[in-house]
Every structure is written in structure tokens, then in C-alpha cells.
Ligand binder design. Structure first.
Ligand code: FE2
Ligand code: FE2
Length: 129
């Protein structure tokens, strides 16, 4: 599968929008999380938010290296007052991201997919408790 550069930049910018949204979603979720497991959840949400910011940074650099302009758009964001519901929302979002990167597997380095896959597995463990 060979995509032309313009198409690749467009797709990577779609990924960047998702990473922006993920970052904001996790930092916001961290700020509103309360309850018995709040401390651990907040710490983890903040760590994942940092991962998402790092993913965005990597994508931005690659888009620029290809001669494109990294987007400043932000994808859809969903947060929830209920921590379990929030984790489920995040899990859905992570899965969408993994699916998206799988489609780009031949174009985007594999470590990107593996990083998001780690988030999916962790959130699955959280919601199955
Ligand atoms: Fe990410
Ligand atoms: Fe992620």
C-alpha cells in the first residue's frame, strides 16, 4: 500500500486531532475525579495524558518533516463525573485510536500502535473489576 504524501499528511493530522482530544480528555478527567480510588486514578490519568501529549509531539514532528502543517484542531472529547463511566469512555476512545493506527500501520511506526494498545489493555483491566 503506497499512499501519496498529501494523503499521508491528512491522515496523520486526523491522528493528531485525536491525540489532542485524548490529552485534554485525560487531564480534565483527572481534575474532576473523586471517590475512593481517586488518588490512583488521577495519577494514572495524568500519566496517560502525558503519553498522549508525547504521541501528539511525535506526530507533529513527522507531519512537519513530510512538509505538512500540523493541525491545531481537537477531536471529540467526552468526560464523565462517574470514574467508571469515564474509564469506559476512555477505553472506547483508545480502541478507536488503535483501529485508526492499525489502518496506518504501514505508514506510521509500530511503537505508536503498541503504546495505545497498552492503554487499551490497562483500561480493560480497570473496567473488568
Ligand atoms: Fe495516543
Ligand atoms: Fe492512548
Amino acid at each position: 500500500m503506497a499512499l501519496d504524501t498529501a494523503k499521508l499528511i491528512k491522515l496523520m493530522n486526523e491522528g493528531l486531532e485525536m491525540e489532542h482530544a485524548s490529552h485534554i480528555q485525560y487531564v480534565t478527567q483527572a481534575a474532576i475525579t473523586t471517590g475512593p480510588y481517586a488518588e490512583g486514578l488521577i495519577a494514572r490519568f495524568e500519566e496517560i495524558a502525558s503519553d498522549e501529549a508525547e504521541h501528539a509531539k511525535i506526530l507533529r514532528a513527522r507531519i512537519a518533516a513530510l512538509g505538512g502543517t500540523p493541525t491545531t484542531k481537537v477531536g471529540e472529547i467526552q468526560i464523565h463525573q462517574d470514574s467508571l463511566k469515564a474509564v469506559k469512555i476512555n477505553l472506547k476512545y483508545e480502541r478507536q485510536t488503535v483501529d485508526f493506527y492499525r489502518k496506518l500501520l504501514n505508514l506510521i511506526p509500530h511503537d505508536e500502535v503498541i503504546l495505545s494498545q497498552e492503554h487499551v489493555e490497562e483500561l480493560e483491566r480497570l473496567v473488568s473489576r
